[in-house]
Each structure stands twice: as C-alpha cells, then as structure tokens.
Design a binder for this molecule. Structure first.
Ligand code: PLP
Length: 443
C-alpha cells in the first residue's frame, strides 16, 4: 500500500468523540481513511503501523478480503432479520462455531452488539438464573478494582476504573463490591507472563463473601487479563482460587474475555490458557475481527437449562436487542473464524508471544520506564507520571509514535500494545524500536 493523497477534512465540531479530549483533538486531528493488513492510512496520506489491532479487536488484520467479501455478499442478500421469534441461518451457525471454540459446557450463545452489552447481559443472566432456581436473594455482584467492563450501568458498577465511575457515582447498581486489584510494582514489576506474587489477593473474595453472607452473592466478574487498566496478567494461581471460592459458595464466575477472546492469549480464550472454567463468558471485538459490531455471552448448559423449565410457549429470558445476531455481524463473524482457522492465527499468536515478550522487555532501562508486562500478544510499558501532569507523558509518547508511523494506545501513563495476530517479527521490532525512540525523546 503506497502513501495516499491527503483527504480534505470535514467539519469536526458536530461529532462528540468518545473517551477523547475533544477540544485538543480537533485542534490537531488524526483521522484514519483506509486500512489494509497491518496498516492504516491517515488523512494526510501517511501509513501507520497498527500496534493495537484498531482497539484490541482487528485480530485478523484490516480489510481481510475474505471478511470484506462475506459482509458485502450478506448485505446484498439479507440486510436485516429480527432475532425475536424469527432468525436467519448465519446467527445459528455462528453460535455453534463459537460454542465449539469455548471450553467445557459453555455451549449456548446469546448475541449482543458490544462488550458493554455483553457484560450487562451476563449480569442479568446471573441474577435471573438464581431467581429461576429459587435463590432470588442472590443479588450482589462482585467486580474488581481497575476492572473494565464497558460503560453500561452494570459495567461501570462492577468496573473499577475510577475516572469512568466518578461522574455517575450516585447512580450505580446497588449491592456491588470489589476485589482488590493485583497490580503491585513492589512485587510484580517486570514480570514476564503471569506474576509469581499475588494469588493470595483472590482470598479477599472469602472476606467479602463472609461480610455480605454467601447466600446473597450472585456472581463474580473479572477480566482474566485486565486490559484497559494497562494489561495486568493474573498472578499464578489467582484465577484458580477465585474459581474454588465461587464453587464453595454457589457463586457464578463470569470471565470477561472481550479483549482476551479469539486468540489474543495464544488460545481460543484465556480460560483455556489459564485452565479455569467460567460459568459465563463475555466476548466481543475479535468475534468479527472488529469489522461489524458484535458481542456475545457464552452460557453454561445448566444455566441455559434453568431458563427452559416453563411451558414451551413461555419466553424464558426477557432480554434482547434489535440487532442481536445481525446478519452482517454474523457473516463477518463466520468469515473471521474461518480466517483464524485457515491462517492458524491463534497458534501464530502463541508462537510469536516469546518474540513479543523479548522485544518489549528490551525497553527495560529506558528513561521513565517503571514496569513492563506481557501475556500472549498483549503487552504494556508503564511510565513514571510527570509531576503534576498525570497521563501527559504517555500521551506525548503516543503522539511521537503516531508521527513516526506507529499506533500505540495509552491508558493513564501506560502504553499498551495488542497488535493484530497477523503481525510479523520485523513489525514487532519496528513497533518496539519506535516506542523506544519516542520514550527516550519524551521529557
Ligand atoms: C474487558 C472488556 N469488557 C467490556 C468492554 C466494552 O466493550 P465495548 O467497548 O464493545 O462496549 C471492553 C472494551 O474494551 C473490555 O475491554
């Protein structure tokens, strides 16, 4: 893909951009106008190497011809079909294929349109499941500090990113508590893969459960690897302990795999990487390789069965979206899974993970760098914040990388990398070299 002609920008003012400093951005805009494989084309015609798979989602790379063709074909054949009392074949086919990738008996799939909707749906399924079994008093939900579960009221309530909660603190779901996060530089700085320290932090769940009484707790939700908080792999043994405590008290364990699903950790799902079986799993992003919005909740058979006990004509679960299992999303999903299979992309992620780890940890010793961590094809470099200006040092590094033709992501003073799974070894080196130059050049 050669450099393209610059594009004239439209009026930027009417668009209220999400999670963006709007005034700053509109003074110095960065628009993307095309994409192919590992590269974006920016509005000024430059090629930008994508180090973050769009937003942790384009696992098959950009504009994969097979996925593009499938969406085009579907759009011309069946544009829309309601999922309420009707359906279309691709949604059923995709549900079967996703279930087949999932561990254990997560063999039913409820389609939604985003990760946020997947989380709110999973929380509602958990509450309704206990009620259906005659345990309606199980209403409490447990999340974790620094957790990100999207921006619905359920997601921000169980989530633990303070900035996302502050404006809405009076309007959260009631009856929610939080586990401590596992990020502790004194013990875990520069861990490769799972940190050795911190499994005991899962035991806090016993304390929270005892405080509220186990019979009131519906579910625990965590990301297997916290993503948006800046890539925090779980300490060795941590998820296993959460699972054991949930089992002891009849609590459902929800793993939020919106980022970690579909190959990111080198397996189908992180649940398989860590050998921990959830009762419910939330996914989105990689399910369509980011091409069409889609999310899903994967549900254990016994939970689905608990909703299927009334007469055949009864609606088991009063929930759903106009676009649940949308034909374009289903077509994109089927094509994405085919590409993952045919190109062996999950195995590729597993094979490249040590190369990625080695390259990233090569940044140790660069100025400002206080931690580096990684798992699969997820990695983060944490910088010491600039005095009085939190987040601005990482934003400066982000801008320098962008100007040098590499897209990275910032969260706080952390730089995150989650490249498409098609990345090559030389592109890994290019991203890390660009990051090194940008960090060294930043005050
Ligand atoms: C773990 C997790 N859950 C939920 C979400 C929300 O997904 P969406 O932005 O599609 O609503 C995200 C988004 O990054 C996520 O990382």
């Amino acid at each position: 893909m050669s450099p393209a002609a610059p594009v004239t920008l439209p009026d930027l003012e009417p668009l209220w951009m999400p999670f963006t400093a709007n005034r700053q951005f509109k003074k110095d805009p960065r628009l993307l106008v095309a994409a192919e494989g590992m590269y974006y084309t920016a509005h000024d015609g430059r090629r930008i190497l994508d180090g973050i798979a769009g937003l942790w989602c384009c696992n098959a790379g950009h504009c994969h011809p097979k996925i593009v063709a499938a969406v085009r074909e579907q759009a011309g054949r069946l544009d829309y079909a309601t999922a309420f009392n009707l359906g279309h074949p691709a949604a059923f086919e995709l549900a079967g294929q996703v279930a087949a990738l999932a561990p254990g008996s997560l063999d039913h799939v409820f389609f939604v349109n985003s990760g946020s909707e997947a989380v709110d749906t999973a929380l509602k399924i958990a509450l309704a499941y206990h009620r259906a079994r005659g345990e309606a008093q199980r209403t409490r939900l447990i999340g974790r500090e620094r957790g990100y579960h999207g921006v619905g009221f359920g997601g921000i309530s169980v989530g633990g990113i303070v900035a996302n909660r502050r404006m809405f603190s009076a309007s959260m779901l009631p009856g929610v508590d939080h586990l401590p996060h596992t990020h502790d530089l004194a013990h875990n700085a520069f861990s490769r893969g799972q940190p050795a320290w911190g499994a005991h932090l899962a035991d806090d769940l016993e304390r929270i459960v005892a405080l509220h009484d186990p019979s009131t707790i519906a579910a625990v939700i965590v990301e297997p690897v916290a993503g948006s908080a800046g890539v925090l792999p779980p300490p060795a043994g941590y998820l296993e302990r959460l699972r054991a405590i949930c089992d002891r008290h009849g609590i459902l364990l929800i793993l939020d795999e919106v980022i970690t699903g579909f190959g990111r950790t080198g397996a189908n799902f992180a649940a398989q990487t860590f050998g921990v079986q959830p009762d419910l799993m939330t996914v989105a992003k990689g399910i369509t390789s980011g091409v069409v919005p889609m999310g899903a909740v994967l549900v254990d058979r016994r939970i689905y069965d608990a909703f299927m006990t009334g007469p055949d004509y009864a609606v088991g679960f009063f929930h759903g979206y106009t676009y649940s299992g949308h034909p374009l999303a289903a077509a994109a999903g089927l094509a994405a899974l085919e590409v993952y299979r045919e190109e062996g992309l999950f195995e590729r992620a597993r094979r490249l993970a040590p190369v990625f780890e080695e390259a990233l940890h090569g940044l140790r010793g660069c100025r400002h760098v206080i931690d580096i961590r990684n798992l699969g094809l997820m990695g983060a470099v944490e910088l010491a914040p600039r005095a009085g200006e939190p987040t601005q040092r990482a934003m400066d590094v982000f801008r320098r990388c962008y100007d040098a033709g590499v897209l990275v992501r910032t969260t706080g003073d952390i730089l995150a990398l989650t490249p498409p799974l098609i990345i090559s070894e030389s592109e890994i080196a290019q991203i890390v070299d660009t990051l090194r130059g940008a960090i060294q050049a930043t005050a």
